[in-house]
Ligand binder design. Sequence first.
Ligand SMILES: [Zn+2]
Length: 104
Amino acid sequence: MSGGLIDKHRNADGTVDGLGVMADLTNRPRADMDALWAEVKANHAKLQACRRHDFVRPAGIVPINAKLTCRACDGWASPSDARWYDLGLAHASRYPAGQEGGSC
Ligand SMILES: [Zn+2]
């Protein structure tokens, strides 16, 4: 199959320019996608360099699309990702690596 959106953004080496696809799908300028990708990469670098996250939890109901900021690195994560991170820390402290796990 050819001529579709994906083929429109196929690179010479066969890979796909995902940012070009996103720009077309959202009807936003390519520059917006480039800026979004730069933001994602910068946030990822902050999170990867952080020794231990401490995500700020706003009071009340947190919207599903909220960005919870880490006090330590200023990176952000979704409420769901932050929750799983916290749960992983709790489990790791209860069941250190190499030891038999238990139920939650
Ligand atoms: Zn952090």
